[in-house]
Design a protein around this ligand. Structure first.
Ligand code: NAD
Length: 492
């Protein structure tokens, strides 16, 4: 198929303003920042940049709604109906949400419209089902003298959730944070990433249309060091839920320590794909390649340490090279593109820096390694052969750079996989179920995919160990983390 340069489909930008208590507002002193299209370097729009006083107003609105508004008082069943409506509206609006993500951060429109956005709708649908099922537990207690006793627990909404999100899956990760919080009866203030705030602003409009009262969801776009830091430090929030880099995650954790508020940190990864000698490579190769190159490698769960049994290394390298060299890199709106652009200049420079480091530290560059000579921030998918101690195998690059590393035994594969400060996820490819289960038990990570790779599912928890974070989102653990469990002792 010949790629035809088509203009982006028509879509409306949301108001690029703050959204506080259901109203659009400018930032204090009219502060703004520019959002650029990384595929063309052209200006998309100018967005209001929240200042500490704006964040304070948003937290005040969320706190007021939580304490005196109707949302936390609604029955779980009624909240569930509204969240189900939100899921439907997100699906109906998928075209606009996906276009906003494509134009702001270079993600493929068709990946977003068929992937992230329906997945975000499913997150709302899933947690809508939880809204009337948040139960505690009961226990019969020993008598105390003549008094008979029993006890029970109730789950109550935690309060105001401060959500800080990254740019790589903006609507989906906002959904991960908002849907369980809203189902539990909490209110929220969201600080989206400056490189991709429009889909979150649009999402907030849809939540209002679904019937979520003003003040429940407030959005404060702005710079991380200003708006994000003000939100993380604000005494009026009960929990900070952060997804982003380990560098900022550390700062958030120390702020949370001072205030004793709850904190969830979903940080980066440097995940391993373990490919054993009995793997069905015909079935596995598309997953292994996608785990490196999907969304230009800008995925926390990317499996960029490709650990391969020595007998299969050449086949896996050939498979990755074929995937890399057949990639159609270009306009994120084109249906024929298989890779879009890198999110911004800084991220592109970081990727090129790591590629240079790989070469200077002695890794073998098998394919790729160059930036495309055209406007926009495009880089070739890149494959190295190397070892686990290279910088490119130790640090999160957040770009389409795979390092293939050979192992001889299962024990060595597990040792190499665990030899990292991260612990987000791992992928295991083998035809031997017993080995898959044993290796899975030995991997120090939050999630393992066996014979596949993909996005987290709202039915199951997601989160990391070690340098990949603290706490869990999604699943039962995710919604329970947005509640307080209160214990009641009853004497009869
Ligand atoms: P980032 O840490 O630079 O920014 C994340 C968010 O934090 C943004 O909204 C940013 O504005 C804000 N921020 C920046 N400085 C801040 C400060 N001082 N105080 C408070 N907030 C601040 O990360 P990014 O570049 O947007 O995202 C990429 C990172 O996110 C990668 O490390 C990736 O692995 C990670 N990530 C993790 C997951 C996961 O589920 N574990 C999912 C997606 C992305």
């Amino acid at each position: 198929m010949t790629a035809v340069e088509t203009p982006p489909p028509a879509y409306d930008l949301p108001e690029p303003t703050l959204r506080i208590d259901g109203r659009h507002a400018s930032a204090q002193e009219g502060q703004t920042y520019e959002s650029h299209n990384p595929a063309t370097e052209e200006l998309v729009t100018t967005v209001a940049a929240a200042q500490p006083a704006d964040v304070d107003a948003a937290v005040t609105a969320a706190r007021h709604q939580f304490e005196q508004g109707e949302w936390s008082q609604l029955s779980g069943s009624d909240r569930g109906k509204i969240l189900t409506r939100a899921a439907q509206l997100i699906e109906q609006d998928a075209h606009t949400l996906a276009a906003l993500e494509a134009v702001e951060m270079g993600k493929l429109y068709h990946d977003s419209v068929n992937g992230d956005i329906p997945a975000a709708a499913e997150v709302f649908r899933h947690f809508a089902g939880w809204a009337d099922k948040l139960t505690g537990s009961t226990a019969l207690l020993p008598d105390m003298g003549p008094q008979r006793r029993f006890g029970y627990t109730i789950r109550q909404p935690l309060g105001v959730i401060g959500a800080i999100t990254p740019w790589n899956n903006p609507a989906l990760i906002a959904a991960w944070k908002l849907a369980p919080a809203l189902a539990a009866g909490c209110t929220a203030v969201v600080k989206p990433a400056e490189d991709a705030s429009l889909s979150t602003l649009r999402l907030a409009e849809l939540l209002t249309q679904a019937g979520i009262p003003d003040g429940v969801v407030n959005v404060v776009p702005g710079l991380g060091a200003v708006a994000g830091a003000a939100l993380a430090a604000h005494p009026g929030i009960d929990k900070i839920s952060f997804t982003g880099s380990p560098r900022v995650g550390k700062q958030i954790q120390s702020l949370a320590g001072d205030t004793f508020r709850k904190v969830t940190l979903e940080l980066g990864g440097k995940s391993a794909q373990l490919i054993f000698e009995d793997a069905d490579l015909e079935a596995a190769m598309p997953w292994i390649a996608m785990g490196n190159f999907y969304h230009q490698g800008q995925v926390c769960a990317a499996g960029t340490r490709v650990l391969v049994h020595e007998s299969r290394v050449d086949e896996v390298v050939a498979g990755l090279v074929a995937a890399a060299e057949s990639a159609q890199i270009g306009d994120p709106f084109l249906s024929t593109s298989t890779m879009g652009s890198i999110v911004n200049r800084r991220q592109l420079d970081q990727i090129m820096h790591y590629i240079d480091l790989g070469i200077s530290e002695g890794a073998e560059l098998v394919t790729g390694g160059s930036r495309l000579t055209r406007s926009g921030y495009f880089v070739e998918p890149t494959v190295f052969r190397g070892t686990n101690d290279l910088t490119i195998a130790r640090e999160e690059i957040f770009g389409p750079v795979a390092t293939v590393i050979s192992f001889a035994t299962t024990e060595e594969a597990v040792r190499l996989a665990n030899q990292t400060r991260f612990g987000l996820n791992a992928m295991v490819y083998t035809g031997d179920l017993a080995r898959a289960v044993t290796v899975t038990e030995q991997l120090r990570v939050g999630t393992v995919w066996i014979n596949g790779w993909g996005v987290p599912d709202p039915a199951l928890p997601w989160g990391g160990r070690g340098g990949s974070g603290i706490g869990r989102e999604l699943g039962r653990a995710g919604i329970e983390a947005d509640t307080e469990e209160k214990t009641v002792h009853v004497g009869l």
